[in-house]
Write a protein that binds this ligand. Sequence first.
Ligand SMILES: O=C(COP(=O)(O)O)[C@H](O)[C@H](O)COP(=O)(O)O
Ligand SMILES: [Mg+2]
Length: 415
Amino acid sequence: MAGISYADFLDRDYDPAADDLVCEFAVEPADGLDVDAVAGRVASESSNGTWAELQVEGTITDLSARAFDVSEGRVRVAYPDALFEPGSMAQVLSCIAGNIMGMKAVDRIRLLDCEWPESLARSFPGPQFGSSVRAELFDAGERPITASVPKPKVGLSTDQHARIGYEIWTGGVDLLKDDENLTDQGFNSYEDRLTESLAMRDRAEDETGEKKSYLVNVTGPGPEMLERVDLAAEHGCEYVMVDVITAGWGMVEQVRDRCERHGLAIHAHRAMHAAFDRVPNHGVSMRVLAQIARLCGVDQLHTGTAGLGKLENEDTAGINEWLTSDLHGLTDVLPVASGGLHPGLVPDLLDALGTNLAVQVGGGIHGHPDGSHAGAKAFRAAIDATVEGRSLSAAAEDSPELATALDRWGTQGTR
Ligand SMILES: O=C(COP(=O)(O)O)[C@H](O)[C@H](O)COP(=O)(O)O
Ligand SMILES: [Mg+2]
């Protein structure tokens, strides 16, 4: 028998094994504690220690995490592979972002980044399609794919929603998208919306000769979500949309599994992410949330607008780079820029984020003085011009809709 206490979880000489999960935390020690004391507590509480000294025997300490790289305000912790249930994001997060977030020993603690070893990463499915949808589904060439969410975000009837779909699709947008809080309400039921919107999609495809699709929000009570996925496939949709944070990662894993049976792609909306990542130095970074989403297998993920739109963003470009770089052979994720965008922001957006992207616009299309169809044309004109290297003012000479959008919103960011 040997005693283990917090201090035993700090080991500056530890050299992480190839299959360790290494997590980087920012920590602000509470009054009276130094960073070493906090580092031991973080590794302990997130693996197999507690506040009291425990008498343990055998190899149980093989499952202990080790704080090995400790500097002012920063701690890196290595977690042994055997600590984790393969393929269970809920279990992984209960370790690395669980009790430690509420420890009195720290005033603030933020999980900043993770280095995912191959064994753990490959125990998750990863995306099925990722950024290949741009070429494979939409034949989009060099341009980003485009999406639009009808506004007002809730309250439109099914008929109004589907009609707006028709207007934006025929105006040149690729994807109609449900909003995060539109699911299956009395004013616009899931199944009616799905069938009526897809009927409009078929019409828009016939008229434009372009592929169109629909990001239908399947978020809901657990078993219902899977039924909604089945319905989306039955009715010939290529995607489902999931509010991944509010639905929970276990549910995302189930949806991913069901989508594979049907060959459906997953668009991930991140509503509520800011509850985890907005307060500086506390919570879980958007970078880590994006990593989790990729492992769980979403194909598209909202990652912000590089500060141009209406919502706070954390390092959109860095997160997008991570999502589109190799991760032990897992498929990439197509980043989605959304939130307060309008046509005048497209050049700065693509300059900051490149074109391997989906760009999603709500108010910047439906707030167009001449309506949603004109708004969609203005947005598409801005995308095409930017990709072709033309200025918006030059493009506006050929596109009265773009000229009107630029008169209304200029090229300024939103808030
Ligand atoms: O409704 C919108 C965008 O509407 P609008 O285009 O009118 O602003 C989305 O929910 C945001 O994408 C969320 O933000 P993020 O993409 O940052 O998660
Ligand atoms: Mg929204």
